[in-house]
Design a binder for this molecule. Structure first.
Ligand SMILES: [Zn+2]
Length: 264
């Protein structure tokens, strides 16, 4: 099943200091800083790579050390199409000589699957907890990566705005007839939806008719214009002939007057 979230299995190779720290051992500040640098470099690389395939909404790396969770990376895209693009592009690829192992993940919001107790600093299960212990990522790093993503791919935001507007429009259209579906039972809901669909079909037909009528009006206007042109042309021709005839008459008259005058 395609989803908007992909899980990359064991993609992040924790440096020994990070493992020791997650296990609760003492680690020097120097080693911790190195481990953090190592992690941020990884995070940046993966973020930039994944954001080439679509708008990346969340990127999380787990801190758990359990066999099935260690090094797992979760990436949630804005939509399933983007996720499948990334999925297909990375299938069979290597990351630092490790084959990328990936699968679609039913998690809608990665942060919803996290261990709340870990967030509060009270998880007793430690690094071997079965809920996600997510590595903390510097907020300003995430912000700068997102800014970079939108700068390189301005279409992501535009798509989102378009989708949002479409959704808003849809909701508005529905709300004009029924304010909310939530308060109806299933049967009524189905009936309402059926009616919306019927209304939609009727509206579509009306739209088509309107279009046809508009086209007919245009056709009629063209014919009328042609007729007017023809009439004007005919009139012009008639006037021209009339003027010619008049001119000839005048010439004839003047000939006569001249000849008559000469005779006098
Ligand atoms: Zn936990």
């Amino acid at each position: 099943m395609i989803s908007q979230t992909i899980m990359f299995k064991h993609l992040y190779q924790n440096p020994p200091a990070a493992i020791a720290f997650a296990e609760g051992s003492k680690v020097s500040d120097e080693d911790l800083k190195e481990a953090l640098k190592h992690f941020e470099k990884f995070y940046e690389e993966i973020f930039i790579e994944l954001s080439n395939y679509g708008e990346l909404k969340e990127l999380c790396v787990v801190d758990n050390l359990g066999d099935h969770l260690i090094g797992n990376v979760y990436a949630r895209f804005n939509d399933e199409v983007s996720a499948s693009k990334a999925f297909n592009a990375l299938a069979g690829k290597y990351y630092h000589s490790n084959l990328v192992e990936e699968e679609y993940c039913p998690i809608v919001k990665i942060k919803d699957a996290r261990c709340r107790k870990f967030e509060e600093g009270t998880c007793q299960r430690g690094a071997f907890c079965n809920f996600l212990h997510l590595k903390e990522v510097n907020r300003s790093l995430i912000k700068s990566l997102k800014d970079e993503m939108y700068e390189n791919h301005p279409e992501y935001k535009k798509n989102r705005i378009n989708n949002f507007n479409k959704m808003k429009q849809r909701n508005h259209e529905h709300s004009s007839s029924d304010s909310s579906l939530d308060r109806y039972d299933n049967y009524t809901r189905k009936k309402i939806i059926k009616r919306w669909n019927e209304d939609f079909q009727v509206e579509k037909k009306i739209e088509e008719k309107k279009k046809k009528m508009a086209q007919a009006k245009i056709d009629l206007a063209i014919i009328e214009q042609k007729l007017r042109n023809k009439k004007k042309y005919d009139e012009d021709e008639k006037n021209k002939n009339y003027r010619n005839i008049k001119r000839e008459e005048i010439y004839e008259d003047s000939d006569e007057t001249i000849s008559k005058g000469d005779l006098k």
